[in-house]
Structure formats: structure tokens, C-alpha cells
Design a protein around this ligand. Structure first.
Ligand code: C5P
Length: 237
């Protein structure tokens, strides 16, 4: 599926950043038909979230397993082979060449798509320098984006601020998936590089990952529906 064919509803990925499978299932039920795509990250994966991924996939939902894998190539490959059996749509890995290469090879023959995380959206230039990197955020994102494309990665996880530059760099075959989304008026939390849903789509994002603004809302379904309503005109434009 090329980015322009993605149904609008599938473009919102709700991050189920919740402490238990029970709470995650309650959130999925509250969101009902409004949301078709869910992200399971560290918190839930380590609390029974992997069987939940299979259950959601069996129920016709799409799942992004945000496990951000990074290890020696052989370990990544063996892990990806088993993850591919869960029925998830996306799996994230950190955008290091050995890791990306191993993940792409190991998912061959399955429907799992591999997303590479360029630079976490809670990082700014100072955080990268503190971690020992010479390049700043935008140069690192660009370099890793180019490597990801060369290695056959299916999509890139990036900040909405980098989406336009990455789209120019990688063209329209790779999916751009952007966390760091904040509908106007919601708290930024620990995210440093954020934008609104409509601006992220206008900048070239294909999928928006939204966690706290939805799952911590008094009415999560209303917030999810408002986000989808906000992006619809940008998609038609
Ligand atoms: O609550 P919030 O909307 O900030 O959640 C964003 C989600 O996206 C979190 O689950 C976080 O782990 C994830 N994420 C991110 N930055 C990345 C990759 C994933 O914030 N680069």
C-alpha cells in the first residue's frame, strides 16, 4: 500500500501506553470503531501486550509493535522472525545499519513492515551531543533516513518537524510515522519536537502516533474523532 492509499481512519495510531492488558482492552473498547490502529510499546509489551497484539490482529485491528529493537544482527533477526508470527502490521527498530539489515531480511515473506526510529522525539541537539553524537538532530535524521531507504526499510519514525525534509529525501514509497503530535491545547509532556495533527499531515506524515492526548482524555473517543476530523481536509488537499 502506498502512502496515498491509506484509509483516513488507519492514519491515527493510538499508543496504548497503559499499565495492564485489562486497561488497554478497556481503552480499545471505549474507542470502538473510531480507531483501527493501536501501538503497543514497552509498558504494555512487558505486561502481556504481545498476546494482546495477536488478539487485536485477530479482531481485525492493526497493531504497531513499538519495541525499538537494537542488538547484534543475529539476535535481531531471530526476534523479528518470531514477532512476524503475531500478525502485527509494523515493528520498530532503531535506525542502526546492522539492526535494520537484519530486521528487513528476517521479515521477508511475512506481512510485517519494519519502521526505523531515526532520533527519538524527546531528543534535541543537546541530548544527542550529551550521548556522544557529533551531528545534531536534523543531520542525524537525514543520514539515518537515507541509510534506511538503502537497506529496504518500509518506513521511518520521525518527528513531524522532519517529515517534510524526509519526504523530499526518500520519496513516496516509504511510510512516515510521526509521534510528537499534540492537538492544540494539550500538554506537551516530555516531547520536545511536537506539532498539531493537521500540520503533521501537511508536512508529509502518513501515520500519526498519539498517546497521552487520547488515552488520558476524559473522553478518548471524542479526542480521536476530533483528530481524524482535523486531518481529513489536509488529506483531501
Ligand atoms: O503520549 P505521546 O503522544 O507523547 O506518545 C508518543 C508515543 O510514541 C509513545 O508511545 C512513545 O514511546 C512513542 N515514540 C516517540 N518517539 C519516537 C518513537 C516512538 O515518542 N521517536
Amino acid at each position: 500500500m502506498t502512502p496515498s492509499d491509506i484509509p483516513t481512519k488507519d492514519r491515527l495510531i493510538v499508543a496504548l501506553d497503559l499499565p495492564s492488558v485489562q486497561q488497554a482492552e478497556a481503552m480499545v473498547a471505549r474507542l470502538g470503531d473510531s480507531v483501527s490502529f493501536f501501538k503497543i510499546g514497552y509498558q504494555l509489551a512487558y505486561a502481556g501486550g504481545l498476546p494482546l497484539a495477536r488478539k487485536l490482529a485477530d479482531d481485525g485491528k492493526k497493531v504497531f509493535l513499538d519495541l525499538k529493537l537494537h542488538d547484534i544482527g543475529n539476535t535481531v533477526a531471530r526476534g523479528v522472525e518470531n514477532i512476524a508470527k503475531l500478525g502485527a502490521t509494523f515493528l520498530s527498530v532503531h535506525a542502526y545499519p546492522q539492526t535494520m539489515k537484519a530486521a528487513v531480511e528476517a521479515r521477508t515473506g511475512s506481512s510485517l513492515k519494519i519502521l526505523a526510529v531515526t532520533v527519538l522525539t524527546s531528543y534535541d541537539d543537546g541530548d544527542l551531543h550529551a550521548a556522544g553524537y557529533r551531528l545534531g538532530v536534523s543531520d542525524t535524521v537525514e543520514a539515518r533516513g537515507r541509510q534506511a531507504q538503502g537497506l529496504g526499510i518500509d518506513g521511518i519514525v520521525c518527528s513531524p518537524e522532519e517529515a517534510a525534509a524526509l519526504r523530499r529525501l526518500v520519496g513516496h514509497q516509504m511510510h512516515l510515522v510521526t509521534p510528537g503530535i499534540r492537538p492544540a491545547g494539550s500538554a506537551s509532556g516530555d516531547q520536545k519536537r511536537i506539532t498539531t495533527p493537521a500540520r503533521a499531515i501537511a508536512a508529509g506524515s502518513d501515520y500519526l502516533v498519539v498517546g497521552r492526548p487520547v488515552v488520558e482524555a476524559a473522553d478518548p473517543k471524542a479526542v480521536a474523532e476530533a483528530i481524524l476530523a482535523e486531518i481529513t481536509p489536509s488529506l483531501a488537499a
